[in-house]
Structure formats: structure tokens, C-alpha cells
Design a protein around this ligand. Structure first.
Ligand code: HEM
Length: 449
């Protein structure tokens, strides 16, 4: 059996800088397409310090997301592991993964989240009042990041005080900057700065977890109050804690990263795509105005209202298809894997990229056209081709949380404001998509009811 075609490049660096450069000029997709043209459906390269095999297409996605777990495991790059900690879900497999994931999902499943719609509603209104009211121009991305960060801090971490959240946000932003970086520990590398920020974030979170423990003991907090109290309260038949302190710490770090950088990008790009597609905007506005008209002034949205926002969610799915916040990800081969006529050697990274099926014209005809109708009939989308939330046993557990916060935010933004783009229309990937000037919008408030 032979190794896939392609070169591993120079040691440690490999093709990492080329890929990062392509992403920062928003040509990451073309860079990957070029590889496919040159080497075909499978090729080898070296990314972030490790030999890697790049595979793509529906069958490749199926292997990555639902392949035999004795052969393929989830393992992030060395930099992500060092920054988020080695007990976060992305690093766990088998029973350990199931145990921690089940505990997390017990809080994030729709039946539990239903009761938090009112709280999300309150956060979104507070945000608009503070950051949109009275403004003529706003930069959408930083604002949406601020909003999703605050939602996570309040709903998942039970943090109420603004000053406390600000302290987190600063350190946290610095921490995520080095997640896709080459793991070289020199004082001024992005990687080292991120590691230092990660240790400050961990110290702050340890304090928070400790406070929750005391409150649970004193019964001034309840197990279902937030994600942290929920994880601290999980017990097995022998009354032993199900999730360890270290696992709680590493997983709330993961939730912070996985939950805030992704949904904020979705909301921002929805605003961008709505302003460029007037017919879609009109249909979203109509759906949202009908819901707004059914409410008395100040009455919060409910779970039932969200169920009526079907068209708006299709727009969100189409946005995720065209601009997936998670560009790509990694797995590791635990054994030698035969892939067609080639070998994926044990220990090598496997690299997947969402655009490869999202922009495949055989799956999504006219892939560059923004067309929410593609998602009218979910069964017409072949399995493992729309992978914005991943797939299989590791499919994003925050999917429902993201749906609720996005729909609530879009509801208030379209019913209370109209907007037009006032920065150019470009964006880069870093590694999530970042529009020029954070997507500067000129906004006009609509008349209140
Ligand atoms: C639009 C928003 C979101 C997108 C596009 C998104 C995307 C993804 C993707 C693609 C994966 C799978 C990665 C892989 O298999 O390698 C994933 C996993 C994950 N996501 Fe999300 N996500 C979003 C929102 C959220 C939110 C709001 C949370 C938490 C509240 C969250 C928590 C997680 C966690 C914990 C995992 C790891 C699951 C596991 O390995 O079992 N995500 N997400």
C-alpha cells in the first residue's frame, strides 16, 4: 500500500503557513480545490506540526464523523489541546466521551433549553438597548460576539455581573487567537500569548466553579441553575461525581470557544446576506413581523414563537452552508487505514473541510447562489453533505442553543432596525470568517408599535 500523493513540506511548518495565508485572504477554499485538482481525492501534507491526510466528499465525511472508533479518533492540533486542556470533549473518546457528552447534553437538549428562551430574549433586548439604540453605525461582528459571549456567561455559567464578564472576554479573546497556530513556544509567538491567556481564563473559571460548589452545598444554587451547577451535580449510582473538576474546567472552556465564536459569525453573516438578497429579507421580515404583531408590547418570545420561524431558520442554514463558521477540523488515525488504493498511516492527522461538500454543484446546484429553499425539504439534502454542525456521535451538541439565540437575535434586529452595508463586502478567515471592519452597518430604527 502506498502513501497518498503530495509533499510533507519542510519539517514542523509543512503547509501550515500556506493554508493560513490562503484563509486570511479568503482563498482557503480555492487552496483546497487546487490540491484536489493536483492530487485527486486524497493527498498528504503537513499541518500544525503533524503529518496529515486531506480527504473530502460525502464518503470522506462519513468516515470522519461516523467511522469505526477503534480506527479513527478525535484529536485536535497540539495548539488547540494545549490551550483548551486535554480533558475537553474534542480530546475524549469511547466511554469517557460518552459520559462527559451525556452530562453536557442533559443541559443543552431542547427540553431543558425551552425554559431559557425568556432569558435569551432578555439578553438580546438588553444588548440592543445598550449597543444599538441611538447609534447610526454599528460593527456587527464585535457586537454579535459581545452578545453571544454574554448569553453564554449568563445562561451557561450563571454569571450576572458585567464587570466580571468583561474581565473574561478580554482574556478569552487573546486565548482563542492562537488556537490555529504552529505550537512554537517563544515569548512573542501567537501561541505563547494564547497559552498565557488560557492560564488566566482557567484561574478565573476555577474561582467560579469553586463559588458554585459552595452555593450548591449551602443550597443557595440549584442543579439546573446553569451548566456548571448541572455538571457539578451529576452523580452515578454510587453517588460519585460523574464529571471531574478538571473535566468541568476544560469543557466549559470548550463551550466558551465552540459556542461564542460560531453563533456570532452566523448572526453577522445572516445580516450581511439579508442585506444583499432583498427577496429573502422581505420574506424573513414578513415572518418575524407576523410574530411581533401577535404579541403585546414587551412580551417576550416563547418556544412556540421560535417554532414558527421556519423560513428564518432555513436562511440560517443556507448562511451556514455558504459561510460555515467551522472551516475544517481534524481527526487522528489510531490504526493504519486503507482508503481506496492508499494508506492513511497510524498516528497521522486526518483533515476534513466543510466547503468541499457545501460548494459541490452535484450536491447543491449553483452553489454560489444564496437560496434558502434548498432546506425546505431536509430529506433532499444527502447525509454527510451539510456538515456545518459536523455529524455522527460528535455532532454539535450546541446546535439547539445556537438556533434559539440566532432566531431571537434576528427577530429583534429585523423588526426594530433596517440596515445597509457601509464597509466593502470582503471577509477573511482567522480561522472563523471575519468581514472587513467587522461588517459596518448604517442602521435606522423602525417606528415602535
Ligand atoms: C452556529 C453555531 C455553531 C456551529 C456552526 C457549530 C459547529 C460545530 C461543529 C462543526 C462541531 C463538530 C466538530 C468536529 O466534529 O470536529 C461542533 C462541536 C461542538 N460544539 Fe458546536 N457549533 C455551534 C454552536 C455551538 C454552541 C452554541 C455550543 C455550546 C453551547 C457548541 C458546543 C460544541 C461542543 C461542546 C462540541 C464538541 C462535541 C463533541 O466532540 O462531542 N457549539 N460544533
Amino acid at each position: 500500500r502506498k502513501l497518498p500523493p503530495g509533499s510533507l513540506g519542510i519539517p514542523i511548518i509543512g503547509q501550515s503557513l500556506d493554508l493560513l495565508r490562503a484563509m486570511r485572504t479568503n482563498t482557503g477554499e480555492e487552496w483546497l480545490q487546487e490540491r484536489v485538482r493536483k492530487y485527486g481525492p486524497i493527498s498528504k501534507l503537513s499541518l500544525f506540526g503533524k503529518p496529515t491526510v486531506f480527504i473530502h466528499g460525502q464518503a470522506a465525511n462519513k468516515l470522519v464523523f461516523s467511522g469505526d472508533s477503534s480506527k479513527i479518533a478525535n484529536k485536535q492540533t497540539a495548539s488547540i489541546r494545549a490551550i483548551l486542556g486535554d480533558r475537553n470533549l474534542l480530546e475524549l473518546s469511547g466511554q469517557d466521551h460518552k459520559r462527559v457528552r451525556d452530562s453536557l447534553v442533559s443541559f443543552l437538549r431542547p427540553e431543558s433549553l425551552k425554559q431559557y428562551v425568556g432569558k435569551m430574549d432578555e439578553e438580546v433586548r438588553k444588548h440592543i438597548e445598550l449597543h444599538w439604540r441611538g447609534k447610526e453605525k454599528v460593527a456587527a461582528l464585535p457586537l454579535m460576539k459581545n452578545l453571544t459571549f454574554n448569553i453564554i456567561c449568563s445562561l451557561l455559567f450563571g454569571m450576572e455581573e458585567r464587570a466580571e464578564k468583561e474581565k473574561f472576554l478580554q482574556n478569552f479573546q487573546e486565548m482563542i487567537e492562537g488556537m490555529w497556530s504552529i505550537p512554537i513556544k517563544l515569548p512573542f509567538t501567537r501561541y505563547s500569548r494564547s497559552l498565557r491567556a488560557s492560564s488566566r481564563v482557567q484561574d478565573l473559571l476555577k474561582e467560579l466553579v469553586q463559588e458554585k460548589k459552595v452555593k450548591l452545598e449551602q443550597r443557595t444554587a440549584t442543579p439546573q441553575q446553569d451548566l456548571i451547577t448541572c455538571l457539578l451535580s451529576k452523580r452515578d449510582e454510587e453517588n460519585k461525581r460523574v464529571v471531574t473538576d478538571k473535566e468541568i474546567l476544560h469543557n466549559i472552556m470548550l463551550v466558551m470557544v465552540a459556542g461564542h465564536d460560531t453563533s456570532s459569525v452566523l448572526m453577522t453573516f445572516m445580516l450581511r446576506l439579508l442585506s444583499k438578497n432583498p427577496a429573502v429579507y422581505k420574506a424573513v421580515l414578513q415572518e418575524q413581523e407576523e410574530i411581533a404583531e401577535s404579541k403585546t408590547s414587551g412580551e417576550p418570545l416563547t418556544w412556540e414563537d421560535l417554532a414558527m420561524m421556519k423560513y428564518t431558520w432555513r436562511v440560517a442554514m443556507e448562511t451556514l452552508r455558504m459561510v460555515p463558521p467551522v472551516f475544517a477540523g481534524f481527526r487522528v488515525a489510531l490504526k493504519d487505514i486503507d482508503y481506496g488504493e492508499y494508506l492513511i498511516p497510524k498516528g497521522w492527522q486526518i483533515f476534513w473541510a466543510s466547503s468541499m461538500t457545501h460548494m459541490d454543484e452535484n450536491i447543491f446546484p449553483e452553489p454560489s447562489k444564496f437560496d434558502p429553499a434548498r432546506f425546505e425539504n431536509q430529506t433532499s439534502v444527502p447525509p454527510y453533505t451539510f456538515v456545518a454542525f459536523g455529524g455522527g456521535p460528535r455532532i454539535c451538541p450546541g446546535h439547539e442553543f445556537a438556533r434559539i439565540e440566532t432566531l431571537v437575535a434576528i427577530h429583534y434586529l429585523v423588526t426594530q432596525y433596517s440596515w445597509e452595508l457601509c464597509s466593502d463586502d470582503h471577509y477573511i478567515r482567522d480561522p472563523v470568517p471575519v468581514p472587513t471592519q467587522g461588517l459596518l452597518l448604517r442602521i435606522v430604527p423602525k417606528k415602535e408599535k
